[in-house]
Design a protein around this ligand. Structure first.
Ligand SMILES: *Cc1c(COP(=O)(O)O)cnc(C)c1O
Length: 360
C-alpha cells in the first residue's frame, strides 16, 4: 500500500490514525458485532457515538449550553438556503460580506428568501483580500450578517472576529473550522461541511445560539428546521451516522494532539513554510493580500504559465496530487488542513524549490 500526499481542497486528506481506527472497527465496532454503518441510529451504540462527537465539538470549540449543536445534511451549499429560511424572517433583511466565490454564492442564494444587502465586498480587487471592518456598511435592522471565514478557492482568510454589535454574526467556516481556537460567543451561527477539516462529506455541523431559533419561514422543510432538529437532538430524520462517527474520531485525534491551540501552531508553521518560500521565489508567487492569506488553502501561480502542466506532472511523479487550482481561479492551490503533516508541506516546498532551479 502506498498513500499519496493529497493536497485536495475537499474532500481532503484525513489523519492516517483515524483511517486505521475506522478500518479496525469496520466489521465489528467495539464488540457490537456490527459496523457503525449498520447500526440503528436510535440504538445504544450509535447514541454513544453521537454523544461522544457532540461532546468533542463542545469541548474543542468551547460551545456553551445556550448554543445548539446540530448535525445536518446537504453541506454548506444547502446551508446557503437553510440558514436564511431559519433566520431571515425576523426582519426580512440580511447583510452579506462578499470575499470570494463561496460568500458570493451564499449571498445570491439568500436573496430567494428575503432582502439581501452587500455590506462589503472585495470583488473590486478580484477577491484578493478580506474587506476591512471599517468598510462594512451594516444595515441597522438586519436579521444577521453573513461572512465566510476562509474562502477555500481564493485562499483568503479572515484572521479577526468581526464586530457586528447586536446583529448576529453568521460564518461559513467550512474550510477553517477546528484549525485554531475561535471566540464562539461572538457568533450567532457557525456552520461547516465536514469534508475539509473534520471528516468525510455527508455531515454538516451547525452551531446556533438558541435565542435565534423559532423564526423559520413557514415553508422551511422540517428536516431543515433548526429548532426542530435541536428539539430532536439532530434525530428528526436519520442523521449521517457513519460521517458523524468519523468526525468523532477526527475530533478525538485533534484533542489528543493538544486541541485547537496545537492545531493553530502547526497550521501557522505549515503555512509560513510555503508563504516564506513563495515570497522569495523567482518562479512562483501568491497574489492574496498578506494580512488575509489563508493558512488552509495556499494559492499560487507560476510566472511562466506554460510550465503549469510540467509542474503538476512532476509533482505527481513524487506522489503529490491535487495541486491544480480551482477551475475558476487558475494557477495552483495546496490545501494544507489539520491532517496534512508538516513534513509533507516541506516535501512540496522542496519540490517547488527544485523545479524553480531547473526552470529559471
Ligand atoms: C467546500 C465549501 C463549500 C461547499 O460545500 P458543499 O459540501 O459542497 O456544500 C461552501 N463553503 C466553503 C467555505 C467551502 O469550503
Amino acid at each position: 500500500m502506498s498513500r499519496v500526499i493529497n493536497f485536495s481542497s475537499g474532500p481532503a486528506t484525513l489523519p492516517e490514525a483515524v483511517l486505521r481506527q475506522a478500518a479496525a472497527d469496520m466489521l465489528d465496532w467495539r464488540g457490537s458485532g456490527m459496523s457503525v454503518m449498520e447500526m440503528s441510529h436510535r440504538g445504544p451504540e450509535f447514541t454513544d457515538i453521537l454523544a461522544n462527537t457532540h461532546t468533542l465539538v463542545r469541548d474543542l470549540l468551547g460551545v456553551p449550553d445556550d448554543y445548539a449543536v446540530l448535525f445536518m445534511q446537504g453541506g454548506a451549499i444547502a446551508q446557503n438556503a437553510i440558514l436564511p429560511m431559519n433566520l431571515i424572517a425576523k426582519t426580512g433583511v440580511a447583510d452579506y460580506v462578499v470575499s470570494g466565490v463561496w460568500s458570493e454564492k451564499s449571498m445570491k442564494e439568500a436573496g430567494k428568501y428575503g432582502q439581501v444587502n452587500i455590506a462589503a465586498s472585495s470583488s473590486d480587487n478580484g477577491f484578493l483580500s478580506m474587506p476591512l471592518q471599517d468598510t462594512w456598511q451594516l444595515s441597522s435592522h438586519a436579521s444577521y450578517v453573513h461572512m465566510c471565514s476562509n474562502e477555500t478557492i481564493g485562499g483568503v482568510e479572515c484572521h479577526w472576529t468581526p464586530q457586528t454589535g447586536d446583529i448576529p454574526l453568521v460564518a461559513d467556516m467550512s474550510s477553517n473550522i477546528m484549525s485554531a481556537p475561535i471566540d464562539l460567543q461572538r457568533y450567532g451561527v457557525i456552520y461547516a461541511g465536514a469534508q475539509k477539516n473534520m471528516g468525510p462529506s455527508g455531515v454538516t455541523l451547525v452551531i446556533v445560539r438558541r435565542d435565534l431559533l423559532g423564526h423559520a419561514l413557514p415553508f422551511t422543510p422540517s428536516a431543515f428546521n433548526y429548532q426542530l432538529q435541536d428539539d430532536q437532538s439532530s434525530m428528526y430524520n436519520t442523521p449521517p451516522t457513519y460521517a458523524i462517527y468519523i468526525m468523532g474520531l477526527v475530533l478525538q485525534h485533534i484533542k489528543q494532539q493538544g486541541g485547537l491551540l496545537a492545531m493553530q501552531t502547526q497550521n501557522q508553521g505549515k503555512a509560513d513554510l510555503l508563504y516564506d518560500y513563495l515570497d522569495h521565489s523567482r518562479l512562483f508567487f501568491n497574489k492574496v493580500h498578506r494580512a488575509d492569506r489563508s493558512r488552509m488553502n495556499v494559492t499560487f501561480f507560476l510566472r511562466d504559465e506554460s510550465l503549469n502542466d510540467a509542474f503538476l506532472q512532476g509533482a505527481e511523479k513524487e506522489g503529490m496530487v491535487q495541486l491544480r487550482g480551482h477551475r475558476s481561479a487558475g494557477g495552483m492551490r495546496a490545501s494544507i488542513y489539520n491532517a496534512m503533516p508538516w513534513v509533507h508541506v516541506q516535501r512540496l516546498r522542496d519540490y517547488m524549490h527544485g523545479f524553480e532551479k531547473a526552470h529559471t
